[in-house]
Design a protein around this ligand. Sequence first.
Ligand SMILES: Cc1ncc(C[n+]2csc(CCOP(=O)(O)OP(=O)(O)O)c2C)c(N)n1
Length: 658
Amino acid sequence: MNNSLLAQAANEARGLAMDAIHACNSGHLGLPLGCAEIGAVLFGESMRYCPDAPKWLNRDRFILSAGHGSMFIYSWLHLSGYAVSLNEVKNFRQLHSITPGHPEFHETPGVEATTGPLGQGIGNAVGYALSGKRAAARFNTADHTIIDHHVIALHGDGCLQEGVAKEAIAFAGHTGLDNLILIYDSNDVTLDAMADVSQSENAEAYFASQNWDAVTIDGHDLNAIAAAIEKAKADHNGRPKVIIAKTLIGKGIPEVAGTAKGHGEGGAKFVDSARAGLGLPADEHFYVSAETKAFFAEKKAASKAAFDAWQKTYDAWAKANPALADELTDGLANAVPTDLSEKIPAFAADYKDATRSAGGTVLNAIAKAMPQVITGSADLYGSTKNYLKDGGDFSKANPLGRNIWFGIREHAMGAICNGIAYDGIFRCSGATFLVFADYLRGSIRIAALSGLPVTYIFTHDSIGVGEDGPTHQPVETVSGLRVIPNLDVIRPGDAEETAGAFVAAMSRTDGPTALILSRQAIPLMNSLSVETRRDGTLKGGYIAKKESGALTTILLATGSELQHAMAAAEELGDGVRVVSLPCFELFDRQSAEYRESVLPSACTKRIAIEAGVTGLWWKYVGTQGKVLGIDRFGMSAPGNTVMRELGMTKDHVVVAAK
Ligand SMILES: Cc1ncc(C[n+]2csc(CCOP(=O)(O)OP(=O)(O)O)c2C)c(N)n1
């Protein structure tokens, strides 16, 4: 290892961070300065990556969980030769640059995850590691190893204080993800203050208690960093690894180093003297020496050679295993069989069960057609019904398992699903009761922001939950999800709409879908063909009952209330149309003509019914309309009783219409 060159590169990376943060007068200096030696070892020595093939299947994945330190990753991506130009570094945090305030997936080659909300990146890394383990088990053969990479995440005290990280760490230890390495930037400082104001954890003992291997090193000692990473990579011992690197936050700016003032941009006013102290030229900002350029150019060429060698192995593997190669290619392409709906048998006409049960049947049929589908539940398989019957359970002993036992760790479930989706090989879903969706909302938001095709299976969708009472009866949750941009929320009204909803979720490639399923049985809408219900759901909304005379009234409904709208229409007579609107977002993406054909603007007498808060419905019913909903919390009693008590019946619709 060329220590003097790496030490010099570390100081130049410090200079880039200082200059970029000084230029825009915002950002976080503490981590890029404190972790400069870690960056030098990762990108200069220890990590397997190829800037010419940033998505190399067998690259080590690097996640900057402490996303506020974004200049760390931009500096190292630039230095190591990714398509992150010096100009982009100079444009740090400016409009349309690929160096946004916090790292964003899709924006910057080499950025593996959107990070910034602390703790998420650790969860994502666990998802990546699960994906890597499963992919290695699924695709490597006795003759060819095409996947044996590691997942490395850098995080600070902040990530480790977050519950989502603690949940994910427990899961990783339990499932034995020994391809995962955390590097803990342990600098004893957070944002406001010294870390001992808010933490007194013995990190080594904590990680050991979670079945991890932990080692503490000097985070500025190049040899110690390299040795720790090498050992962590070599130990295939069924335990994830953490390297607790003791560092000096803001190292290089003596006025703030080691204090909370070093965390943000506070040290930027001292950059001139700091740059001089680091031996950087006074007259050339954003300085990268010829030696550093030459070093990384050589490394880049070597990594391209390594990539090419791997590609040869891959090609030989693909030739010898065409079916596996197709499966992997389909997974990476987010491919969905064009006839997916046909692979889901129609439900028998007398089927009368909850949409959660229908969902389980549908997902099992889909899993047969899509080997890349995996699914998990937060200790509620018995209720969420998404268990894949022949799938086996993912575990240390069985990394091929398609069922993930997340434990009662909803937030980590969301972050782990995101990690699996970032990796892009498997299609993942996670399940829990709808009322707990807020527990993973932080991860759902990032899935939506990052365009990840994750599916959430949220069951027990309303006051219809019944006896468990208002703690378990969502009323605001569906609307709360609908306001997240780029999240599709689908609340199907019977088993066939449920089939359509799952097909819609699987067909999405650019964002997540929340499936909202009932606890209680809902009858099939047999007056409509299977295709009408499935295709109508794929459009987000459709005419479920057409008026037989001149149109006077439109009833709109979703989920378990669709049956009441249909029954009310029967009673109300000729001029009444029922529109099933299982997914606002899909419906809103249809053409104006289609939407007008379903909801003609001339008909202003509109009544919506849904067992939840009313606010969002007004855009469909208009000021002349009415919304039958529930703007209060529910009550503990049998589901039908609560539904009746709170106005969710056919009779209420009839009265409102009259
Ligand atoms: C969920 C979440 N809460 C709060 C913040 C705001 N925040 C950004 S960095 C930070 C402190 C992080 O401390 P640490 O991880 O030790 O980072 P360091 O000070 O070492 O850079 C806080 C509170 C955030 N980004 N995400």
